[in-house]
Design a protein around this ligand. Structure first.
Ligand SMILES: Cc1cc2nc3c(=O)[nH]c(=O)nc-3n(C[C@H](O)[C@H](O)[C@H](O)COP(=O)(O)OP(=O)(O)OC[C@H]3O[C@@H](n4cnc5c(N)ncnc54)[C@H](O)[C@@H]3O)c2cc1C
Ligand code: FES
Ligand code: FES
Length: 484
């Protein structure tokens, strides 16, 4: 059974198919067709809905946090204990919501197919910032596609929605919503099942370990931005899932003197501030990671867990010397992230073992860390090549080097020959050229629709050259917009 608020209405669902997405639940079970299906793969934003959740401030006060996400990639079980707001909920007492009025008044809609998705992204933007600037508006809307209107009127609507904000029914009912969410907060492991499919929803790491032990064939579900595609794109049912998104311990970021410990189920949005404070380049990469909807639901653990050769965070984490804590039953082991990836989609994870935390060393003033993503589009696109460099240079000599790439091999991987060419050598263009040549020994990349093998190798070499130039001339800021 799962319980959640559909706007203000308590829903208790006993027997929904756990493979059902929130999009199909709204449209087919509840007869609410406002939320649209464009791509069913997280690319267009037509299905955007907003999730309200209880969140605790640093001073301990509880408040409501609203975030946009893609209903097409969200399984219904992940609604357990939360509030779901869809486009039908915005109109109140016969009046359009202020974000809807802004879309009308700024002529932000033509055929209207994308409009509910834009409206929901704007609603989340309005809820999260009183005076959103152009950058925040772009960020909030980068995951929504419109084929008719052009984006200028929609951006004008974003400005109007944020600057001429009026208190709405959600503000008026905030205390009531908080009380109702508190009342339905899960207190024990939940379960949603139908026929031979089930999704288990533990609340603690030890319950997760026990359940995974009992159901080793289960698939772990975090944000689902990857896993849900198995159902929506490949039509492969997932008979048993264990949802990790309600485990508070796995959504925590702890700050120690020398490291960050990030719970594997922490969303990429929640990782942003902590990682950016240590490594600004990590923040820039996260801003170019998919769309805001995907970052709101996708997790750091899921980005490692899917073992994709083109996942964005693993090359950065490997170059930083990150480790992961793997948990199986009551046994924990710590593994360097670079040793986790063994072969294409093959990892060192054992049966019933899961990633509990990611340990990221804090920045060290003597090390220069930079990261670069090369993709066909600036926003909402997956890397052709992702590079991360962390060098320690003293008196003009390279004392230590960690260089890692995504998109260059079957796994995210360190460039051993390149590092060997760098360590102990003077930090000069001649050394960099030798290290670039060594990259050809490290990698034999593949050609695919993202890039040819020649393009990938040349890009990797040019990114090392770019890193060298940037370190020599720190005022040059070229890395943000590196794309094909
Ligand atoms: C439109 C779109 C754009 C995208 N753009 C990018 C991009 O720019 N860069 C990028 O890197 N990725 C991108 N992705 C891929 C995906 O969003 C990320 O990999 C994301 O971090 C996955 O996290 P999740 O929580 O959604 O994982 P899920 O889908 O829940 O899980 C992914 C895999 O990891 C496993 N898993 C989850 N948690 C754990 C755990 N704690 N321990 C062990 N295994 C676990 C799951 O069982 C599953 O096999 C994109 C996806 C979409 C749909
Ligand atoms: S339908 Fe396109 S993102 Fe969900
Ligand atoms: S108004 Fe037609 S797709 Fe946006």
């Amino acid at each position: 059974m799962i319980q959640f608020l559909l706007n203000q209405v308590l829903r208790t669902e006993h027997a929904l198919d756990p493979n059902l997405t929130v999009l199909n639940y709204l449209r087919e079970h509840l007869g609410k067709p406002g939320t649209k299906e464009g791509c069913a793969s997280g690319d267009c934003g037509a299905c955007t809905v907003v999730i309200g959740e209880l969140s605790t401030d640093n001073d301990g006060a509880e408040h409501l946090r609203y975030r946009s996400l893609n209903a097409c990639l969200t399984f219904v079980a992940s609604l357990h204990g939360k509030q779901l707001i869809c486009v039908e909920d915005l109109k109140h007492q016969g009046q359009l919501h202020s974000v809807q009025k802004a879309m009308v008044e700024c002529h932000g809609s033509q055929c209207g197919f994308c409009t509910p998705g834009f409206v929901m992204s704007l609603f989340a933007l309005q809820k999260n910032s009183n005076e959103a600037n152009a950058h925040q508006a772009h960020e909030a809307l980068a995951g929504n596609l419109c084929r008719c209107t052009g984006y200028r009127p929609i951006l004008a609507a974003a400005e109007q929605a944020c600057t001429q904000r009026e208190p709405d029914q959600f503000d008026q009912r905030q205390a009531e919503t908080i009380a109702r969410l508190r009342a339905i907060a899960p207190k024990e492991t939940g379960e949603l099942n139908s026929g031979d499919k089930r999704c288990l929803i533990p609340l603690t790491v030890s319950d997760l370990a026990d359940l995974y032990d009992a159901y080793p064939q289960a698939r772990l579900l975090a944000g689902g931005t990857d896993l849900a595609l198995e159902v929506t794109q490949f039509h492969r049912p997932l008979p048993v899932m264990i949802y990790v998104g309600n485990i508070a311990e796995m959504k925590r970021i702890e700050h120690f003197e020398d490291r960050l410990e990030i719970g594997a189920a922490t969303s990429l949005t929640d990782c942003y501030a902590a990682l950016t404070a240590e490594y600004p380049d990590f923040g820039e990469l996260l801003q170019r990671f998919a769309s805001l909807q995907i970052r709101n639901q996708g997790t750091l653990g899921g980005n490692i867990g899917n073992a994709s050769p083109i996942g964005d965070s693993p090359p950065l984490l490997i170059a930083l010397g990150a480790q992961i804590i793997l948990c199986k039953g009551d046994i924990r082991r710590t593994l360097a992230l670079e040793d986790y990836f063994i072969d294409y989609r093959v990892t060192a994870r054992q049966e019933s073992e899961f990633i509990e935390k990611i340990i990221v060393p804090k920045a060290n003033a003597r090390q220069a860390f930079r990261a670069y993503k090369v993709s066909k589009r600036l926003d909402d696109d997956i890397s052709a090549v992702c590079a991360a460099f962390r060098l320690h240079i003293e008196n003009g000599v390279i004392v230590d080097a960690r260089v890692a790439f995504g998109g260059m091999a079957a796994i995210p991987k360190r460039a051993a020959a390149c590092e060997h060419a760098l360590i102990g050598a003077p930090w000069t263009s001649a050394t960099v050229e030798r290290a670039c040549a060594a990259l050809a020994e490290d990698f034999t990349p593949l050609s695919d629709f993202r890039a040819s093998k020649e393009y990938r190798l040349l890009s990797a070499q040019n990114l090392l050259r770019k890193y060298f130039i940037e370190l020599q001339t720190p005022h040059i800021e070229t890395r943000v917009t590196s794309y094909v």
